[in-house]
Design a protein around this ligand. Structure first.
Ligand code: C2E
Ligand code: CA
Ligand code: CA
Ligand code: CA
Length: 279
């Protein structure tokens, strides 16, 4: 049977080799990118749903590849997670956000809530709480108003360790948001069990709202349930005014999506904040 399986697999072998090769190249390039800091953070605005006021931004990583141009994090983050490079990359992201926040505050911009994505691999790294402590001390932001976005898969691991680690990080003034909410497994029980502050409704549920009755019902249920647990809700991927009005009527707390604004390079995002400085 083994022999037959081997034979059957043969026609695919060239493709698999090509894939594996591309993968090796990507990993090597990524290693170089980490050394050369070939990354950038873009910032996507997050607004208060009721008032439309700018309240924060999500930092999203960009990789400027010397030959291929911009490579999406959807392509390289999974590779970075598998080969462990996500740890130095994640450290760079955290340092960059904390530094950026300090610089914006120093230039008189309002204290926005900056959120960043923390991979499960990075979250489980022993040194994370200490790194947070060091960076916050180095960049002197007392109450930091940073938000770590994690996914349900992070919570699925060893529960006591995860909870203790979350508490350690929260003691330093950092909030947690549960990203891509609704796409994972038993989401509801996690909300009760872990010290999460914000739920981010995944874009896939917002996309067909309010026309798709199932999605609309689900979004309403998530908002009500999160509120009854004392959590706040951010809707991701808001692209139309109709979606915004629908979410507003349901009492959603925050909105993020192309309707509000696309992710912007740091200086472009700063220009967006500039009118607020004097206000
Ligand atoms: P995510 O955390 O769910 O981030 C939201 C993604 O949706 C971003 O894609 C954003 O540009 C996109 N988006 C925002 N609004 C809209 C909209 O209205 N319509 C549509 N179609 N898309 C919208 P991006 O920047 O390509 O990032 C993709 C994923 O890569 C992120 O998904 C996150 O999982 C991961 N990622 C990005 N930056 C980092 C990072 O610094 N660290 C880690 N660990 N992961 C990151
Ligand atoms: Ca996110
Ligand atoms: Ca998300
Ligand atoms: Ca996502």
């Amino acid at each position: 049977a083994k022999q037959a399986g081997k034979n059957r697999a043969q026609p695919y072998a060239p493709h698999m080799q090509a894939d594996a090769l591309a993968r090796v190249h990507l990993e090597a390039d990524l290693r170089m990118a980490v050394e050369q800091r070939a990354f950038e953070l873009h910032y996507q605005p997050i607004v208060d749903c009721a008032s439309g006021a700018l309240v924060g931004a999500e930092a999203l990583i960009r990789w400027k590849h010397p030959e291929r141009g911009m490579i999406s994090p959807l392509e390289f983050i999974p590779v970075a997670e598998e080969c462990g490079l996500i740890v130095p990359i994640g450290e760079w992201v955290l340092r960059e956000v904390v530094r950026q926040r300090r610089d914006w505050l120093a230039r008189g911009h309002p204290p926005l809530r900056l959120t960043l994505n923390v991979s499960g691999v990075q979250f489980r790294e022993a040194g994370l709480p200490e790194l947070v402590r060091t960076l916050l001390a180095e960049f002197g932001t007392a109450r930091s108003s940073l938000v770590f976005e994690i996914t349900e898969s992070v919570l699925m691991g060893g529960s006591e360790n995860v909870e203790a680690r979350m508490c350690d990080i929260k003691e330093q003034g950092i909030c947690f948001a549960l990203d891509d909410f609704g796409t994972g497994f038993s989401s509801l029980s996690y909300l009760k069990r872990f010290p999460v502050d914000i739920v981010k409704i995944d874009r896939s549920f917002v996309r067909d709202c309010p026309d798709d009755r199932n999605d609309a019902t689900l979004v309403e249920a998530i908002i009500n349930m999160a509120h009854s647990l004392g959590l706040r809700v951010t809707a991701e991927g808001v692209e139309s005014a109709e979606q915004r009005e629908f979410l507003r009527a349901l009492g959603c707390d925050y909105l993020q999506g192309y309707l509000i604004g696309k992710p912007l390079a740091a200086d472009a995002f700063e220009a967006l904040m500039a009118p607020l400085r004097s206000a």
